[in-house]
Design a protein around this ligand. Structure first.
Ligand code: FES
Length: 571
């Protein structure tokens, strides 16, 4: 067996090797240190990340697999991020979680790692860490929760919270019934069961090649998840022997495959910023425009909320990711590898669609073109995103007067004011919501519509923001505007009353103000002033070094990889 990294701690008879082994013995036999691979289980289980709380049990199955294959499994709790609880937004902490996991993997006697994630930011953070430390790594996605039902109807996480709360406002559902639905919605362990960010990133980790093919999307409560976890533990040991690291596996083709997958499953726009960040750790040239070039013409085949009707349990039952990728196999890079060492496309042949209403055949797509469009113009010199399939057809080419909000608080204070100077053609703009400005780039771009327009029957308007939006959100929303207003982007120069022009077919987003006039303006953003100088801690480091959304919103000094070189000894 080739010399393991962990041998640099454990091999030999000197005092240091003695110390390293002795403190680790605690029941482990001497042969645990004879050169067999030590596999970390990077575990994001936490009571404060309810979507990942079951991962301790998943870790036990991984452990059995590692032992069975002759390795030594080691539970390594890492920073966890619960989307519903963490303030001001979990995205502020994604890079911190990634940095902490990377450093702890490098600092410890670890030869390979199994990554356990689920809730939105956890899989992206773990993949960023694994890419930068470049140890053999395999992801076990924690899986979605089972479909809940309430009053005889299926409940989808996120999407149906808004629907039920609207029913309370309309008087068709009592507050008591509304509260009762809480435990019906969250029926089991697992992450959100719509095609939100958690489901998307679990599936895209598999499309990238970082998951045992066929495992992503397995519901958290399904015993096949534990079987897959066991197999992933075995695989991690094999990967160490084969020196199958992220840099050896992942290519530009792997990321283009993930972009095809993102479009065909109707995944979250958040995947753009996460895939760019992971690629940035590997030094793979991937740009926002690749999402448009590769994904925008791909059909939507998965009928899941929020774009469609069903939930993740149905998707898994209907054949899962491999069945849907088989429909677009011709669009995939046939050379892109998986953790098994074999190409992803080799796993597609046996896959079948078992329910064509949930996973549509290519000939009967839910929508013919489902991917993300990337806009440029004098409002977004470095780009902005829109999901045309989630937008209103009649707004895809639009000219309207801007109504500008400087923060989410400003929006909430004024949006329902009956005197707000807006009509159905107005363009709502919210700024101060980018990586630096908020800070952390929250999911607020899908702004609520003004109450007075809702009462007039308006159901969608053009909305523009330098923040993100929830994977469960819908509407004609232009988001991830780069550069953000707090970084000096022109979004900070727009004034209420300016005309804004959106032309999705031409991929343009402009404010109808001559360039020299725009350049002569200075930003007037109260939020920007309030948040410009965080005093200490992570927030300060983040604001000073975070990059813009169009390159993945990673910290500038975390780009690339420093590998797994063992540092010097202090004993
Ligand atoms: Fe954790 Fe939705 S809140 S995945």
């Amino acid at each position: 067996m080739a010399e393991q990294r962990s041998r640099q701690w454990y091999a030999g008879t000197d005092r240091n090797a003695y110390i390293h082994r002795a403190w680790m013995r605690r029941g482990l036999p001497a042969h645990a240190f004879d050169g067999r691979p030590h596999i970390a289980i990077a575990n994001t289980a936490s009571d404060l990340t309810p979507c990942n709380a079951h991962l301790d049990e998943v870790a036990e199955s991984v452990k059995q697999g590692v032992f069975e294959a002759g390795g030594i499994p080691l539970n390594l709790p890492v920073v966890s991020l619960g989307e519903t609880l963490v303030r001001p937004t979990a995205m502020l902490w994604r890079n911190m979680a990634a940095m902490a996991a990377e450093e702890m993997l490098r600092a410890n006697p670890i030869d390979g790692v199994v990554l356990l994630g689920g809730c939105d930011k956890t899989i992206p953070a773990l993949l960023m860490a694994a890419a930068s430390v470049d140890l053999p790594a395999v992801v076990v996605p924690g899986g979605p929760m089972l479909t809940g039902t309430f009053r005889g109807q299926a409940l989808g996480c996120g999407t149906d919270v808004w629907r039920l709360s609207e029913e309370v406002r309309a008087g068709t559902l009592s507050e008591a019934e509304f509260i009762k639905s809480e435990s019906s919605m969250i029926r089991s362990r697992g992450h959100c069961n719509t095609m939100g960010t958690a489901s998307t990133m679990g599936l895209l980790a598999e499309a990238l090649g970082m998951v045992l093919p066929g495992l992503a999307g397995t519901p958290a409560a399904d015993s096949r998840l534990l079987e897959g976890a066991h197999d992933s533990g075995r695989l991690a040991v094999e990967m160490v022997a084969a020196r199958r690291t992220p840099s050896a596996l992942l290519s530009r083709g792997s990321f283009l495959n993930a972009i095809v997958a993102l479009a065909v499953i109707g995944g979250s726009t958040n995947a753009v910023v996460h895939l760019l960040a992971i690629a940035g750790r590997l030094g793979i040239a991937l740009t926002q425009d690749d999402f448009d070039r590769t994904g925008s013409q791909v059909p939507l085949l998965v009928n899941l909320q929020p774009a469609g009707r069903y939930l993740m349990e149905d998707f898994f039952r209907a054949g899962g990711l491999l069945a849907v990728l088989r429909e677009v196999a011709d669009l995939l890079d046939p050379t892109a590898l998986t953790v098994t060492g074999r190409p992803l496309v080799e796993y597609l042949d046996p896959a079948r669609i078992w329910d064509p209403d949930v996973i549509r055949p290519r000939a009967e797509p839910l929508q013919p073109h489902a991917g993300i469009a990337v806009l440029h113009g004098n409002l977004a010199p470095d780009g902005a995103l829109i999901k045309p399939a989630a937008a209103s057809e009649h707004l895809l080419k639009h000219r309207g007067r801007a109504m500008v909000f400087d923060s989410i608080e400003d929006l909430h204070a004024r949006i329902d004011d009956p005197d707000l100077d807006v009509d159905a053609d107005s363009v709502l703009i919210m700024r101060g919501c980018g990586p630096k400005g908020y800070p952390g780039m929250p999911e607020v771009a899908n702004m609520p519509l003004p109450a007075k327009l809702l009462h007039q029957g308006v159901r969608d308007m053009v909305r523009i923001c330098d923040g993100r939006m929830s994977g469960t959100a819908y509407g004609t929303v232009v988001l991830h505007v780069s550069p953000e207003s707090a970084a000096g982007g022109p979004l900070g120069l727009v004034r209420t009353g300016d005309f804004v022009i959106l032309d999705v077919a031409a991929r343009r987003l402009d404010v109808d103000v001559p360039d020299q006039d725009l350049a002569a303006r200075s930003p007037d953003n109260a939020t920007l002033r309030a948040y410009a100088h965080p005093i200490r801690g992570w927030e300060r480091l983040y604001v000073q070094t975070v990059q813009q959304a169009n390159t993945g919103a990673d910290l500038d000094f975390l780009l690339g990889s420093t590998g797994s070189t063992v540092s010097r000894e202090s004993h």
